[in-house]
Write a protein that binds this ligand. Structure first.
Ligand SMILES: [Zn+2]
Ligand SMILES: [Zn+2]
Ligand SMILES: [Zn+2]
Length: 179
């Protein structure tokens, strides 16, 4: 039996297919681009959809966390997969260029990655004590109006086309303050 799973990433106009052949346990991955615009956006990296790329994506789906390349490497090892740190880096960059994960510089020296979410726009609370990164999205409704106003004015004033923003708040979490 052939099982086909399809993942659609609407923002990047891509469809990912995972084909699983139950007769010999073989897995194949491939993706298709159904937009011409897409070519420019993803010019930085190319390549096949591989099992190692899928397993890294699965790690993000399972943990739902913000992970450094080293964190991902630990998860990969724990899962018994053979993938060197350099390959993890390359795969993370590939997934980022494909728009499937996001890379953040939270100012701790190392980049952190997280799964791109289509539905939920969120911001971050970052504890400078334990480096914990927390997502929040409670105020997005209120933010929308304010940010859109500011974006519009910024665009006009600097003739700059804004397509996204990030917002991180830094401070100390409850348990770090108690220490
Ligand atoms: Zn926002
Ligand atoms: Zn903390
Ligand atoms: Zn986040």
């Amino acid at each position: 039996m052939i099982l086909v799973s399809c993942y659609a990433y609407s923002r990047y106009f891509q469809l990912y297919f995972r084909v699983f052949d139950t007769t010999n346990d073989n897995e194949y991955y491939f993706h298709t681009m159904i937009s011409e615009n897409n070519k420019n956006k993803n010019s930085k990296s190319s390549g096949r959809w591989t099992a190692s790329r899928q397993s890294i994506l699965d790690i993000f789906k399972k943990t739902g966390e913000h992970l450094t390349a080293e964190d991902v490497f630990m998860h990969v090892k724990r899962a018994g997969l053979t993938m060197g740190l350099a390959t993890v880096y390359r795969n993370l960059e590939f997934l980022k260029d494909q728009g499937l994960i996001k890379r953040y510089q939270f100012g701790e020296g190392r980049a952190k990655y997280e799964l791109s979410s289509e539905e939920e726009h969120h911001h971050h609370l970052i504890c400078t004590g334990c480096l914990e990164v927390r997502d929040y999205s409670e105020f997005v409704e209120r933010e929308l109006k304010l940010i859109q106003d500011i974006q519009r004015e910024l665009s006009d004033k600097y003739d700059f086309e804004i397509d996204s923003h990030q917002l991180h708040f830094y401070g100390e979490c409850n348990s770090c303050r108690k220490k």
